[in-house]
Design a protein around this ligand. Sequence first.
Ligand SMILES: [Zn+2]
Ligand SMILES: [Zn+2]
Length: 100
Amino acid sequence: MSDANFIKLKENFICGHCGAEVIGTGYTNHCPKCLWSKHVDINPGDRAESCGGMMEPIEIETRSGNFDIIHQCQKCGALKKNKAEENDDAEAIIALAGEI
Ligand SMILES: [Zn+2]
Ligand SMILES: [Zn+2]
């Protein structure tokens, strides 16, 4: 209908889990240090979700060298898959993924 499904907002935020200051890229809302996210998007970057719950990284999926982080909302239980970003903490990803 429109391209309103993909609004790119670049805002910085403070991680609600570990308190790190996160520089927004517009595409991700997860913390590069602890990988926690916040349930604020329906479509990536739209900030249209009113839940606002903290999303715990529960699993890493690998596909052809890329990582996806599976987040689960602590408030409403929603599951979301987010692409890992280049600046994500590699140790945090490995710790979550276990053996790769
Ligand atoms: Zn964090
Ligand atoms: Zn939620």
